[in-house]
Write a protein of this length. Sequence first.
Length: 245
Amino acid sequence: MSKYIEYIETVQGIIEQIKTDGADNIIKTAEAFKEALEKGNNIYLFGTGHSHMLAEELFYRAGGLVKIQPILNEPLMLHESASYSTEIERQEGLAESLFDEYGIKKDDVIVIISNSGRNGVIVDMALLCKERGVKVIALTNINHTMSGASRHKSGKRLCEIADIVLDNFGCVGDACVEIDGVSGKVCPTSTVTGALILNSAVAECVEMCVADGFVPEHFASANIDGGDEINNKLLEKYKKEIKHL
């Protein structure tokens, strides 16, 4: 079997597991999103390293919810220094300044994304949000996170703090394809499955909102006729409220 086929089939198998074993928590996440939107609260997403891409995945997307607040801290992303982002994500003490900078408040919802769920800044943010009355949703890899100890002084992992846990059902180490002559595996699954999980929750959320008689605002593609007109009205309305617009 070609390795690209093996990778695709591995991802397909994970998606089938998400459809069955992950369904209940996707629905719970959708309900949390719906409640936040209907009450005028915010939905935040936070991840470090490659997980920050999933914080961006729901933000300012064609067909995406407008009221999404990604927490994007440049040292924790990859474009300034990938190696430094790995170093700093293990530190404690940064979460409180990010919490204050983004104005997170009681009854908001935050999705904290971390494949390992064990690093300092991630666990710090989860503990702080729980303490402040924010609903915490973890998007993580239970196989991976339970294979090692927490790096946080509390000894806790992200999945042990969250109100809802979305499992991406990946393998330990994330990469999944073995190739003869190559030490270690290649090709991770957490980004493709994480994006699918989050967008599945959005789809369910929108359906729930409409059933309640509330149609949540969402962006159009900027690359279809009329898209700019739709989006510009939303940008004008929310640019001061949503930090990265």
